[in-house]
Design a binder for this molecule. Structure first.
Ligand code: FE2
Length: 423
């Protein structure tokens, strides 16, 4: 007896299959699977995908926008100032309540794995302790991975070196950094070296906020690639944001991308946030605030896209929908070819899963029975419509449902059902 049978599923590669689930795992993926099963869902030709993955988020600051006031300049630096104003008044209860609410939004949207940076600047490590609790409580529903993030600088802020090590001792599993925020370019490089050595010594992955700037001379990613190469951390290091690459000289970028590829760096672009934060010092033309996603992908580098923020000091919009992220990313990055759109879909699914090293991810026999059924037929339609997530399944159980949406237009006596598809 199967626990769950999903019939008439349309996978992201266009294959029409049934999906059988037993003991929380996918037991078979093939056309024409017969039951019996405790529960049968007829997907009716709709898209069934592995869950969305948010590879870059900030769970400690989420849902705080307006506290104590809004970011009126729209800049990264005012966001950091606002967060510094808010931090002393944070309580464990409020941080936890907001994190749990955000995670419920994520689950409803079909996002079942999140890598969240957590600020370790506050010596109390209040947010670290809260998010470690949230990580354990939510394990049946969602994989939460935490990055020790020295928001105010690893070398710039007194005590940050000690606080970051304490966060890792408590169980935070990724080493973060923010080299472009250190006091000098040299100290930024020094922070990259020290943090990569720390990660190597503790056998942990690295994920740094890196070159989140419009300054073409912000080149800390070069050091990140060099240290990754020197310490043999290939495939375990991610550069988040890398927005300065947008403004760099093309000749230098051609050298840089080869070094990144050699070090097997992962790249995480955050299009929703960086299209609004970057370019704020420009008149016209205003630069786009996203790294060179298309070229990095073409160079064979694994590129994912993250949501980064939802309703916090840096970004007051969003409902934690990874299809919003991919939709913005493909517009900003000119990813409009069919293959490029599929790559944008991968950037919020399997590319992120590779960064989080989710071992049993994907709709294949033997993997965890985690998937999402959408009200559309293929990934390009998912990007165009950002449709309802009809069912979200985790370990073989339905953990979220949303009713399908239909529209009816009245024109005189006639009623038209509108499905937003070509006639
Ligand atoms: Fe970030």
């Amino acid at each position: 007896m199967l626990d769950l049978l999903v019939t008439n599923a349309n996978l992201t590669d266009g294959k029409a299959v049934d999906i059988a689930v037993a003991d929380g795992r996918i037991s078979e993926v093939a056309p024409g699977i017969k039951g019996p099963a405790h529960e049968v869902i007829d997907a009716a030709g709709q898209l069934v995908t592995a869950p969305f993955v948010d590879s870059h988020f900030h769970m400690d600051s989420t849902l705080t926008c307006g506290l104590p006031r809004h970011n009126e300049s729209g800049t990264l630096l005012e966001g950091i100032m606002l967060w510094d104003e808010l931090k002393p008044s944070l309580t464990a209860e409020a941080v936890k309540e907001r994190a749990l609410e955000l995670c419920r939004w994520s689950i409803a949207r079909g996002t079942l794995a999140i890598r969240s940076h957590v600020d370790v600047s506050d010596p109390s490590l209040l947010a670290v302790e809260v998010l470690l609790e949230v990580r354990e409580e939510l394990r049946p529903w969602l994989d939460l991975q935490l990055v020790a993030f020295p928001q105010n600088g690893y070398l710039r802020q007194p005590g940050a070196v000690h606080n970051l090590a304490r966060a890792l001792d408590l169980g935070v599993e990724v080493v973060g950094g923010i080299p472009h925020f250190e006091r000098s370019e040299a100290q930024g490089r020094e922070s990259v070296r020290l943090l990569c050595e720390l990660a190597a010594a503790r056998d942990l992955p690295v994920d740094m906020h890196c070159d989140e700037s419009d300054d073409p001379w912000s080149r800390q990613v070069e050091e990140l690639a060099a240290q990754t190469q020197r310490l043999g951390l290939h495939g375990r290091v991610s550069g988040s944001h890398l927005t300065s690459m947008h403004s760099m000289d093309n000749y230098y970028v051609s050298k840089l991308m080869a070094l990144m590829q050699e070090a097997q760096l992962h790249v995480i672009a955050n299009p929703l946030i960086n299209i609004t934060l970057q370019g704020r010092h420009d008149t016209y033309p205003k630069r786009r605030g996203m790294t060179r996603v298309k070229e990095l992908m073409a160079a064979g580098i694994n590129v994912a896209m993250g949501h980064d923020c939802v309703m916090d000091p840096w970004y007051r919009l969003g409902s934690h929908d990874m299809l919003d992220v991919a939709h913005m990313g493909l517009h900003v990055g000119h990813l409009t070819g069919r293959g490029e759109m599929l790559a944008a879909f991968d950037a919020v699914t399997k590319n992120g899963a590779a960064i989080l090293q989710l071992g049993d991810y994907g709709i294949e026999k033997g993997n965890s029975a985690d998937f999402v059924i959408l009200q559309c037929t293929d990934p390009v339609e998912a990007l165009r419509l950002r449709p309802v997530r009809l069912y979200v399944v985790r370990r073989g159980k339905v953990v979220a449902e949303t009713a399908p949406v239909f529209s009816r237009v009245a024109m005189g006596e006639t009623r038209y059902d509108v499905s937003f598809k070509m006639p």
